[in-house]
Design a protein around this ligand. Structure first.
Ligand code: GDP
Ligand code: MG
Length: 735
């Protein structure tokens, strides 16, 4: 194989890395024969062996890196190995992997690929793997690792020549065989990486010298050697270190563990997902606890039914348990309204406070418990490691329709809020996949829609409300998949890229982490109440209170006076000492109050009808009439563009009557005239149409295209209308 070095030979520097005992030396000797040079790595006593070979017009120099299990800074061997890769930037890096010991060897591989470079993965000891009954899908593994995968049996010289051919191919880049793979570390860690990485990329003395993401991850791992690197090189050293400290502190708070451990767990999670996808076990079976559970939870047949069951339980709990504290808050708000009503005289200010602010904001605040419970359940799913399994299970479904698991992660995040979910699509490398995922994400029902569901489902479906809410979330997922499929077939043609789901080990969630998640949610929710929802409620109140109809106001005052007069007369005519006087008097007073309250309600309704918002509502009514909605629901849907909670605020203001403490749900049932079918159609509309302005802004920002943003709004409204109409039509068949 070796030949004479020619003048025109191109020089290729190849580093060989791998775990100890993976067969590195054996393969190195096979390739270079006797042409070896033994020395020391500069400054240390670790042996450095170089060898070279001339092959097909290339002069290849091979450097045998020290064998290591990891690339942390724990030993000098590890530091030498990784410094050679990031500092010397060899043309090609070969990672020798013991195929019979994949999981452990891949831990090193995964850390290597994070540093970037052209990698070839040599699965040595292929004979041992075969003996164990492992069936390894090289092509899949290659696509996940971002470089070609070869099999060798080093001690018998099998597959060695193929390595040399592959080195040339990769070096010449004839085929785009290598690409950068980023391991996704999960939301929390990714957020912190996102906080650190731009600072590194912005540093003129670091940028381009070291891969910025790798540095960010290493700093989060508290890697002492990388710390020194940054300290020596960075211009803005202080700023970076400060951010790293903040990020590490934040992560420690959430995970109750050192970030480096969490990162290691995620890497093992990545590997475990990778193995699930690309290696089939023959006879040989592992008896690991997590894998035992996974046998059931990610089972080909049981996986999806179990996922559906868990989500169903989640919404049952969200609705049923949530309704208890919800009633307490509702009572509190009713009392607040009553107190304000007692202090402030009748008039505009009172109406603004009670109908506008207490009604509008209070109407939404009651759903805080539901939202907290939802996030409690979601964080349990996340922290136990089940969420990754859910994505893994759905990954198969996603592949069928031409998307992959990473898209589903962003979809699951959409259950919380579409805005960060849309931003999370940045981890998708393929632009088409990314845009497609962004476009379907709003169909994932975010937590802002929950108040509308709880209100309407509670009012019209009683004990079946939990099922109704569950059906909406499920409908959202199904539609997202179908629409994704449709778009994939028409506007965004292409194949899905290979992707590995991280499967972290199962763990028992810590109370602290769950509470932090809920607390963060509560703060966000309450802040939204104090800003968007408050302002929205005031604007809606204003639009529904003006212009004032003076004539009608006078007429109303007269009718109230007439009732007062009539009852005063009737009370006077009661003989004070007639039997049952007290009871009679009370009955009359109650009757009078009832009549006046009805009248007040009627007045409100008439005022709203003739107000600005009423006019707008009647203007758009024809659009919603086929769906069985009144103009009030139409207005609520329009204001809901701002944020979905505003739908509740609007209904609360529009249906406000004389009685402050009547439950909104009961009022809707009594006065809206909606049938249960129309109510469900309304919920379907709320599910599907544009979630909120913030989501639109996120779509615009992430796609950088107004056309796509408008397209997103357009298709969602059209789909919402069509689906709601379908509900009404189908409903009509059964009722
Ligand atoms: P290093 O520590 O990575 O340099 O590993 P070595 O090259 O020293 O190999 C360790 C042992 O594995 C030696 O006894 C080799 O003969 C043996 N070995 C190397 N490659 C293979 C292989 O493909 N199959 C088998 N069965 N043994 C191998
Ligand atoms: Mg060796």
């Amino acid at each position: 194989m070796p030949g004479k070095e020619g003048e025109k030979d191109k020089r290729i520097v190849v580093a060989i890395g791998g775990n100890p005992n993976s067969g590195k030396t054996t393969i190195f000797n096979e390739i270079t024969g006797s042409r070896q040079k033994v020395g020391n790595w500069s400054g240390v006593t670790v042996e450095k062996i170089e060898g070279s070979v001339n092959y097909n017009g290339y002069h290849m120099v091979f450097v045998d890196l020290p064998g290591t299990y990891s690339l942390t800074a724990y030993s000098i061997e590890e530091i030498i190995a990784r410094n050679f890769i990031v500092d010397e930037k060899p043309d090609v890096v070969i990672d020798i992997i013991d195929a019979g010991n994949l999981e452990r060897n891949l831990y090193l591989a995964v850390q290597m690929i994070e540093m970037g470079g052209n990698f070839i993965f040599v699965l040595n000891m292929a004979d041992m793997a075969k003996k164990q009954g492992l069936i390894i899908d090289a092509q899949k593994l290659a696509s996940f690792l971002g470089g070609p995968v070869l099999f060798t049996v080093g001690n018998r010289g099998i597959g060695i020549r193929a390595i040399l051919d592959e080195v040339i191919e990769v070096f010449e880049g004839q085929e785009q065989k290598t690409r950068l793979i980023n391991i996704s570390y999960g939301n929390e860690l990714e957020e912190e990486i996102e906080n650190i990485q731009p600072r590194i990329a912005a540093d003129p003395r670091l940028n381009g010298v070291y891969p910025s993401r790798w540095l960010a991850v290493k700093l989060l791992e508290n890697d002492s050697d990388v710390g020194i690197k940054v300290e020596e090189n960075a211009q803005n050293h202080g700023g970076i270190v400060e951010q790293v400290e903040v990020s590490r502190g934040h992560l420690r708070g959430i995970f109750n563990e050192e970030p480096e451990n969490v990162i290691a767990d995620q890497r093992y999670g990545f590997i475990s997902g990778l193995l699930q996808e690309s290696v089939t076990l023959g006879e040989h079976e592992k008896k690991d606890f997590s894998q035992k559970i996974d046998k059931i939870l990610t089972n080909r047949f049981l996986g999806i039914p179990l996922l559906v069951l868990f989500i169903w339980i989640m919404f049952q709990v969200t609705f049923n348990v949530g309704s208890i504290p919800m009633r307490w808050i509702d009572t509190g708000i009713g009392m607040l309204g009553g107190a304000i009503s007692a202090i402030i005289p009748d008039g505009m200010l009172k109406s603004l406070l009670i109908d506008g602010i207490v009604g509008g904001v209070g109407g939404v605040v009651v759903f805080l418990p539901n939202i907290l419970i939802l996030f409690f359940m979601i964080s349990i799913f996340e922290d136990t490691g089940y969420m990754a399994r859910a994505a893994f299970v759905m990954d198969r479904v996603m592949h069928i329709i031409g998307l992959h698991g990473k898209s589903f992660i962003s979809m699951i995040m959409g259950f919380g809020c579409n805005v960060p979910a849309i931003m999370a699509t940045r981890t998708l490398e393929n632009e088409k996949d990314r845009v497609l995922t962004i476009l379907i994400n709003p169909l994932m029902s975010c937590s802002a829609r929950l108040p509308v569901y709880v209100l309407i489902a509670g009012a019209f479906f009683g004990r079946r409300a939990g099922n109704v809410i569950f059906s909406l979330y499920a409908l959202g997922v199904v539609l997202a998949i179908l629409i994704g499929r449709l778009f994939r077939k028409t506007i965004f043609r292409g194949e899905s890229e290979p992707f590995v789901m991280e499967l972290p080990p199962y763990r028992i969630p810590t109370l602290k982490s769950v509470i932090i998640h809920m607390w963060e949610r509560a703060v966000l929710f309450l802040r939204k109440m104090g800003t968007v929802i408050l302002v929205g409620s005031i604007i809606i109140w204003f639009l529904s209170s003006f212009p004032v109809n003076r004539e009608y106001k006078r007429e109303f005052a007269e009718r109230v006076a007439a009732i007062e007069q009539q009852y005063t007369a009737r009370i006077e005519s009661l003989g004070e000492d007639s039997p049952g006087y007290r009871a009679q008097l009370e009955r009359l007073l109650r009757e009078k109050e009832g009549l006046i309250s009805d009248l007040r309600g009627e007045k409100k309704q008439r005022e709203v009808y003739y107000s600005l918002i009423g006019r707008i509502g009647r203007g758009i009514e024809p659009f919603f009439r086929p769906l069985g909605f009144t103009w009030r629901e139409g207005v609520a849907l329009i204001t809901g563009f701002v944020a979905k909670e505003v739908v509740v605020s609007t209904l609360s203001v529009l249906y406000a009557g004389g009685d402050e403490d009547a439950e909104l749900g009961a009022v809707l049932r009594a006065r809206s005239g909606l049938t249960p079918v129309a109510a469900y159609a309304f919920l379907v509309f709320v599910l599907i149409y544009t979630p909120c302005l913030a989501t639109l802004a996120a779509v615009r920002q992430e796609t950088k295209s107004w056309r796509l943003t408008l397209f997103s709004v357009g298709y969602q409204i059209a789909l919402a209308w069509i689906m709601a109409f379908a509900v009404v039509r189908v409903g009509a068949l059964f009722i």
